[in-house]
Ligand binder design. Sequence first.
Ligand SMILES: NC(=O)C1=CN([C@@H]2O[C@H](COP(=O)(O)OP(=O)(O)OC[C@H]3O[C@@H](n4cnc5c(N)ncnc54)[C@H](OP(=O)(O)O)[C@@H]3O)[C@@H](O)[C@H]2O)C=CC1
Ligand SMILES: O=C(O)C1=N[C@H](C(=O)O)C[C@H](O)C1
Length: 244
Amino acid sequence: MAVLGASGRMGRTVVAAVEAAPDLDLVAVLDHGDDVGRVGATGARVAVDFTVPSATEANVRSLVAQGVHAVVGTTGWTPESLGRVEADLAARPGVGVLVAPNFALGAVLAMTFAAKAARWFESVEVVELHHPDKVDAPSGTARHTAEAVARARRAAGLGAMPDATTTALDGARGADVDGVRVHAVRLRGLVAHEEILLGNAGEQLTIRHDSFDRVSFMPGVLHAVRTVGDRPGLTVGLEHYLDL
Ligand SMILES: NC(=O)C1=CN([C@@H]2O[C@H](COP(=O)(O)OP(=O)(O)OC[C@H]3O[C@@H](n4cnc5c(N)ncnc54)[C@H](OP(=O)(O)O)[C@@H]3O)[C@@H](O)[C@H]2O)C=CC1
Ligand SMILES: O=C(O)C1=N[C@H](C(=O)O)C[C@H](O)C1
């Protein structure tokens, strides 16, 4: 297998995890400036991408063109960029691509629990908290969570959440993701954390997940590397690989 973004925070952790896995063979490590078009020639069947939002789509499309399965943790994907990958995959029927905003099993469960609970609460807001070197906000995980909550609320026939705000400083109410407010904190010392706050009159449910170390993402990454070849086409979200 191959790792793209191998010198980055996640890339270094993935390289160490793959090297420690007796059933996986690391044949290529690529970084900024390396030619992703040579991955197929190294014999890699699967490539893992933890790069930057501006590079990941081109990387994945090149991998698909070479017939290499892709496990993608890089955030910043849009419906349009996912659509282009899906169109490429139509011409490569055996190839699998997983784009997952979070590989920590607890984070995936937190999102799933939030979506399940959402229909029973009047208000839902998402708070994500990360290290200050993160380049995108809100996090891919928070966006994915908010979208799942919004889908669940729509399916249950719920309307807009109560909010009497008429005067606010820019950003004070966070970003609006599909009608769900998402707030981003950047603080030295943090790694990756998310809270989903669900409120009703007289009660609150808080679902919180903390990644204290990037090793938390590795069981999910390795599970995806081992199974992406059995799941052709595009999958968005690790929950689909966990039968959640
Ligand atoms: N899905 C998940 O579970 C997780 C996802 N992430 C996401 O993963 C991504 C990476 O995070 P993180 O490791 O913290 O970031 P880093 O900035 O530490 O690492 C990114 C690496 O990618 C390299 N890079 C940039 N462009 C390319 C390119 N075209 N080809 C190959 N490598 C390239 C960078 O090199 P250089 O610095 O020289 O430009 C850098 O080494 C982010 O989008 C983050 O949100 C993070 C944690 C978990
Ligand atoms: O940049 C990070 O660190 C993380 N990025 C992902 C995201 O944007 O959701 C996953 C995790 O939160 C860590």
